[in-house]
Design a protein around this ligand. Structure first.
Ligand code: ADP
Ligand code: MG
Length: 322
């Protein structure tokens, strides 16, 4: 059983960023409005996620560490839940099997719980008083799987993967207040007031957000909204292009291209805009048959959506006489 968990961990948790992703997504799923993430040494020494979500009932706490134990119900229209199906109920046992893992949780209605595991084995389990919510601390990630540790890149690379991930989670959930602190330095803070532009300010800074223009477009199948940077505000890489479909961050090369096409000759060669686009569509138009760890999706009306994105961005620049 422990071995099975460690093998599963090889698929679910390759690096600190994958642990952060699973823990923060659980906090989001729990209905949290505030999520704090504290890291030490790019997460290798410590990853702590504190949320104010629904918590786990005392009776259920140990179940969370059993494989394929999930409290989440699959709804048919929840396409992205389907996408993560392969990992349902695997994250906590997998992460716990390769770390020293502390869980404090309370539903706010009864006494809460404290559980401490080492290498997936429960070492301590006791009642614990806590406000409603969940605190998870993952210490010494991969301490018992040195081979895995070898695959981890430099701390700088791991940290930038985590920051990139949280930027995208924060952008796709402007109604949640996120805060990321690494070795005492605040890397990101959003207000959670629901406003996308304010979330962008919390992520990229107020002066960047001020140089972003609102985009909006609609056709029969798609609704596009969000912000794109003024052509003068560009970056050397395309990691500042974010696409959110039905509230979920995705990657799609063709849609990136459509955003860049919207700028036409306004972009210098090798430069990319900062852009955050939210797209609403019928979930049936998204092909979910892609590898679950990748955020790549295929779209059945991709050329139509590309056209809508390109023309919506062009319209913004025309309106601004840019
Ligand atoms: P999954 O998310 O696929 O259900 P996980 O292993 O990630 O599986 O989590 C197992 C279960 O633990 C979840 O179904 C949920 O009931 C509970 N859980 C995990 N994290 C939290 C959290 N932050 N708040 C509330 N419940 C949580
Ligand atoms: Mg999960």
């Amino acid at each position: 059983e422990q071995l099975a968990n460690q093998i599963a961990a090889g698929e679910v948790v390759e690096r600190p960023a994958s642990v952060v992703k699973e823990l923060v997504e659980n906090a989001i799923d729990a209905g949290s409005t505030q999520i704090d993430i504290n890291l030490e040494e790019a997460g290798l020494k410590k990853i702590q996620v504190i949320d104010n979500g629904e918590g786990i009932a005392a009776d259920d706490v140990l179940n969370a560490f059993k494989r394929h134990a999930t409290s989440k119900i699959l709804t048919q229209d929840d396409l992205f839940r389907i996408k993560t199906l392969g990992f349902r109920g695997e994250a906590l046992p997998s992460i716990a099997s390769v770390s020293r893992f502390t869980l404090e949780t309370s539903t706010g209605e009864e006494e809460g719980s404290y559980v401490y595991l080492e290498g997936g084995k429960v070492k301590e389990h006791k009642p614990h008083s806590l406000r409603k919510g969940t605190n998870i601390t993952v210490a010494d990630l991969f301490y018992n799987t040195p081979a895995r540790l070898k695959y981890v890149k430099t701390l700088q690379t791991e940290l930038s993967n985590i920051v990139d991930l949280l930027n995208r989670l924060a952008m796709s959930h402007p109604n949640i207040a996120f805060r990321l602190v690494h070795d005492g330095n605040q890397m990101l803070r959003t207000t959670g007031n629901g406003d996308l532009k304010q979330a962008i300010a919390g992520i990229y800074g107020v002066s960047t957000a001020k140089k972003m223009l609102a985009v909006a477009g609609e056709d029969l199948d798609f609704k596009v909204s969000g912000y794109v940077s003024l052509p003068e505000l560009t970056r050397a890489g395309r990691q500042y292009i974010s696409i959110i479909i039905n509230g979920r961050y995705i990657r799609n090369f063709a849609l990136n291209k459509a955003i860049i096409a919207g700028y036409g000759s306004k972009l210098m060669v090798g430069r990319y805009p900062i852009a955050v686009l939210q797209i609403e569509m019928d979930p049936l138009l998204v092909d979910v048959n892609v590898h679950p760890t990748k955020q790549e999706v295929r779209l059945s009306k991709e050329p139509e959506l590309m056209h809508l994105i390109e023309t919506s961005i062009k319209a913004v620049f025309e309106e601004q006489r840019l």
